[in-house]
Design a protein around this ligand. Structure first.
Ligand SMILES: Nc1ncnc2c1ncn2[C@@H]1O[C@H](COP(=O)(O)OP(=O)(O)O)[C@@H](O)[C@H]1O
Ligand SMILES: [Mg+2]
Length: 270
């Protein structure tokens, strides 16, 4: 999605949760329904939209390196999405790879700060990584969970597992892991106020001003609330359709009818 990230209350709550897990060097679970913004929040926290392509490329060093090194040093976080049916060993070596790469970047930054010209690379740059975030954690097999738990025990790496509602219940079946869980965090849908905040931005993007005292606007907002139930993904998918409906019908105002029409396209286009 090309849309700008919106710092919502839920994102701020996620940040606090992640900081707490990291500070306590513990394991935390973040769970919530699909489409509420879990992945976006976690990637944002890890600065992953910037670091991932940079590390993936890993080309000849250039002018923009210092910026990335500083960023890696600030976040010291690895974000990882396991593949479906991933093999535990591959998972661990992938994670190792990312820890190493982010660690090297952070280390480069630290060395650039050091006045001691002879300062050499830390023996284990991976140690610089303070937090590992694993998205789609329901894909992890019991052996993968066991390997992660083992790494946590050995290195005290803080870990966040992100998944759907009920994932915390599933982890109850793994006492070894469950006994190490420090925090469980529920990622919620947008509240009414936040929904209005996001809608206000969408209205502005379309060159309009949202006015809740205006009956038509209030009706349209009520329809959007009912259809999306504060789900970020639905909301983001609805707006391009609203724009389309307005354009096709040469309309200028977002009414509840326009919203309904947009929603019906959305279902068909599913
Ligand atoms: N903070 C945000 N700012 C802007 N758009 C967001 C934000 N969070 C989520 N979205 C939108 O909602 C969609 C779903 O978010 P995502 O993080 O993938 O949800 P989840 O991981 O909970 O299923 C994203 O593709 C994006 O369009
Ligand atoms: Mg997700």
């Amino acid at each position: 999605m090309s849309h700008a990230f919106i710092v919502t209350k839920e994102h701020r709550r996620f940040t606090e949760f992640a900081n707490a897990v990291r500070k306590d060097k513990t394991i935390g679970i973040c769970h919530g329904p699909a489409g509420v913004g879990k992945t976006n929040s976690a990637r944002r926290y890890a600065n992953w939209d910037i670091l991932e392509p940079y590390i993936d490329e890993w080309g000849p060093r250039g002018d923009h390196d210092a910026k990335h090194y500083a960023l890696a040093n600030r976040s010291r976080t690895v974000f990882y999405t396991p593949e479906v049916l991933c093999r535990p060993k591959d998972l661990m070596s992938d994670i190792d790879h990312w820890q190493m790469k982010v660690g090297i970047c952070a280390d480069e930054h630290l060395r650039s700060l050091s006045t001691d010209a002879a300062s050499s690379r830390q023996n284990d740059v991976k140690r610089l990584i303070e937090l590992l975030i694993i998205d789609e954690a329901e894909r992890l097999t019991p052996s993968a969970l066991e390997l992660l738990r083992d790494q946590h025990d050995r290195t005290h790496l803080a870990i966040i597992l992100i998944g759907m509602p009920g994932i915390d219940e599933r982890f109850r079946h793994y006492p070894q892991l469950f006994s190490r869980l420090g925090f469980s965090h529920q990622y919620r849908t947008l509240g009414r106020e936040e929904l209005l905040f996001v809608l206000d931005r969408h209205w502005k993007r379309l060159g309009k001003v949202l006015d809740l005292d205006d009956f038509t606007d209030a009706q349209a907002v009520a329809a959007i609330e009912r259809i999306t139930r504060g789900n970020f993904r639905l909301l983001e998918r609805l707006f391009p359709q609203i724009t389309r409906v307005l354009k096709i019908n040469q309309l200028d105002t977002i009414t509840d009818d326009v919203v309904e029409a947009a929603a019906s396209i959305l279902v068909i286009g599913n």
